[in-house]
Design a protein around this ligand. Structure first.
Ligand SMILES: [Zn+2]
Length: 354
């Protein structure tokens, strides 16, 4: 196999379904915004701060990993800060060759300085629009769909689900719940999921990351999730290549797995990239997608995640195209728009590479 150059991975179109807005800020932006609001940071230069996030998140604990968000969320409490962070997110993803991204955030975490839930959503959507416009002008078009997240330990999921539906025609394409999994099963939020199903809306659920099969089973069979945020622990239901009933259901129904290799290694959900279950799940042809989760905390990007997999598993352009088309097929935007990106953007680009 011919080795793939990193610059070529950057140029190839990629699709991203699982990326947190508050996990992808530029370190220099955090420093500037923190100075404006007087928020103390653990480091003072952009490089040091970038290193601090990655090492704090390398602890192997999902709880400690989540604790680092205190610093990003603290600087995302005004309309201008939210709009700037969203603009830069769109620009950074487009620069990395991402042509379609679903970026998620929890509006309820941005109310500390008096914004309403609606103002938070409007500011982020405006930022994505600005960033997408600038990226297109620079010859790097990107389409961004927004997911609204509710925190699984809180009690606002119904309200956030209704908020997501209110913004469905202006950029919000889905709903999610996130936060520490242990002790907070998705069935706590059943009302919200049932409401979303009645509204014919789409949602994904963080499940099967730190916690195993019961969480995945609840997310799918009780809550009706369209996709699994992570879902990596579905491998616990695969023994010697033989699928248990839940794993078989997930594969048969083509339920997308939003796998996040680097993030999983940091939180201890996988021992290393080379030992990450993505290799097995791909061989078994689950609907596998590759994602960044939190670019800042993992010091990563879509291109870097692909490059790590190319290195660990010997993947080439065929596998990268497969992951990319899987993600695009699993997106929450309308079918005709997904098809247009697959046929007009992704396939022609990979045809030149294959
Ligand atoms: Zn996540």
């Amino acid at each position: 196999m011919v080795a793939i150059a990193y610059e070529d991975i950057v140029k190839a179109p990629k699709a991203l379904l699982h990326d947190h807005l508050d996990g992808g800020l530029r370190p220099a932006t955090i420093i500037e915004l923190a100075a404006e609001v007087g928020h103390p940071l653990p480091e003072t230069t952009a490089d040091q701060l970038a290193g601090w996030f990655v090492s704090a998140c390398d602890s192997g604990s999902l709880e400690r990993y989540i604790a680092t968000f205190e610093h990003t969320v603290a600087v995302m409490q005004t309309e201008s800060a939210l709009r700037r962070v969203a603009t830069e997110c769109a620009l950074d993803l487009a620069d990395d060759g991402v042509v379609y991204a679903e970026v998620r955030f929890a509006p309820e975490q941005h109310l500390n300085r008096g914004l309403t839930l609606e103002q938070v959503v409007e500011a982020v959507l405006a930022g994505f629009a600005d960033g997408s416009e600038r990226a297109a002008a620079a010859g790097r078009p990107i389409r961004i769909g927004t997911l609204l997240t509710a925190m699984r330990h809180a009690a606002r999921s119904q309200e956030i689900a209704e908020l997501a539906v209110r913004f469905r025609d202006t950029g919000v394409v889905g709903f999610d719940i996130a936060g520490a999994e242990a002790g907070f099963p998705p069935t706590r939020h059943l009302d919200a999921f049932e409401y979303l199903q009645r509204e014919n809306f789409h949602f994904t659920i963080h499940a099967g990351e730190a916690f195993g099969l019961p969480s995945i089973w609840q997310a799918i069979q009780w809550c009706g999730a369209d996709r699994l945020g992570h879902g990596v622990r579905i491998v616990d239901d695969v023994t010697g290549g033989v699928l248990g009933r839940l794993a078989a259901y997930v594969r048969d129904k083509r339920i997308p797995l939003e796998l996040c290799p680097s993030s999983n290694v940091q939180t201890g959900a996988a021992p290393s990239i080379a030992e990450h279950p993505i290799g097995l799940l791909r061989d078994l042809r689950f609907r596998v997608t590759v994602n960044t989760d939190n670019r800042l905390m993992s010091g990563t990007s879509m291109s870097r995640e692909m490059a790590l997999l190319v290195e660990a598993f010997g993947y080439g352009w065929a596998e990268m195209q497969w992951f990319t088309i899987n993600a695009m097929k699993s997106a929450f935007i309308p079918f005709d728009e997904r098809l247009a990106i697959i046929n007009e953007v992704i396939k022609p680009a990979y045809a030149k590479l294959l």
